[in-house]
Design a binder for this molecule. Structure first.
Ligand code: XMP
Length: 317
């Protein structure tokens, strides 16, 4: 007899009892969990919730601006932090996926710690942890697309002696969405695909450079916007693109080209633990492939990933 309405009501009540007049700091990712958690805490304690949204330079095209805008529209007390150069610097020269994850986790903690210290007398750390995050074993490459792989490795709470508040830690994903709908959060946010904390850094195989990020953002935007335009976005559980560390020969006019290869990845899944490659229509794939090659300078070949998980993973790194 669980209902989203009664959950919202009782949680707001207990958050007020627990937190009182204390201040809470919380990092938002643009994802469903942190957004719903922050909205609940905001309902309970208003602007004593200080939200921080970090631009790590590894988000989708225009994502930082758009998401920050929706957070402001929702009335959250939020600060956008441009840490792009700091992240790129920490990633310089790194090629190994786990090294990249660690560098991103470390930098995230540095940025968050610095921002949190600017808030006087903050007592609590809010987190969007959901029940599957609680039961699953702690792994750096976690199966959920929250910031959890960051705070798991570094321990944000210890850093500042903060007490933790996790209002969603008894809920499954579909319940989180129901709570989000009850709170009036837009469907655009609630129905978004999962996106990994390390972002495009684990979709650019090899070293991260600003130029590579810019290319992948263009490619990714064409794929994702294509899925939306053709009403396929909600048929897949997650979609994205990978920039491969190889060049291949092509031909344009009379010219031989020697340029980059990108891979499209779209999967169906229930929880990300297992996944099947999405059987997208050939016509759609053809259109996206043409758009990418015609519009993104430096890319001359597009391939589609037809591997399932297991034994492949959803991400390539
Ligand atoms: P894999 O590649 O392991 O991905 O099949 C399963 C799900 O987890 C996401 N993922 C991550 N999320 N930090 C995250 O927050 C990570 O390091 C990470 N690695 C993978 C992936 O996008 C998919 O949803």
């Amino acid at each position: 007899d669980w209902t989203a309405e009664s959950f919202v009501e009782s949680t707001i009540h207990s958050l007020r009892m627990k937190i009182g007049n204390d201040k809470v700091v919380m990092a938002l990712s643009g994802g469903v969990d942190s957004t719903v958690a922050a909205t609940l805490v905001h309902r309970a304690i208003g602007d004593n919730l200080y939200c921080i949204f970090v631009d790590n330079g590894l988000l989708r095209k225009n994502e930082f601006e758009e998401v920050l805008h929706s957070y402001l529209d929702m009335g959250l007390n939020i600060k956008g932090v441009d840490a792009v150069q700091q992240f790129y610097k920490s990633l310089k020269g790194l090629e190994d996926p786990e090294d990249k994850r660690k560098a991103i986790g470390r930098t995230f903690i540095e940025v968050f710690d610095q921002e949190a210290h600017l808030i006087q007398d903050v007592k609590w750390l809010g987190q969007g942890t959901i029940y599957p995050d609680v039961i699953e074993s702690v792994s750096v490459k976690g199966p959920s697309a929250t910031i959890k792989s960051h705070h798991n490795v570094g321990g944000l709470p210890d850093l500042m002696n903060l007490k933790v508040v996790e209002p969603l830690n008894t809920l499954f994903k579909d319940e989180v969405r129901a709570v989000g709908r009850t709170l009036g959060i837009s469907d655009k946010i609630l129905s978004r695909h999962p996106f990994p904390g390390p972002g495009l850094a684990i979709r650019i195989l090899g070293e991260i450079t600003p130029e590579r990020v810019a290319i992948l953002q263009e490619v990714d935007a064409i794929f994702i916007n294509g899925l939306k335009k053709h009403n396929l976005y909600h048929d897949v559980w997650q979609a994205g693109t990978m920039l491969l560390p190889i060049q291949s020969v092509g031909v344009m006019g009379d010219e031989r080209t020697y340029e980059r290869v990108v891979a499209l990845r779209a999967v169906t899944s229930v929880d990300g633990m297992t996944a099947d490659w999405a059987h997208l229509p050939y016509e759609f794939l053809a259109e996206v492939s043409n758009d990418i090659i015609n519009r993104v300078k430096g890319v001359n070949r597009v391939v589609y990933d037809i591997s399932s998980k297991p034994p492949a993973t959803i991400e390539w790194e």
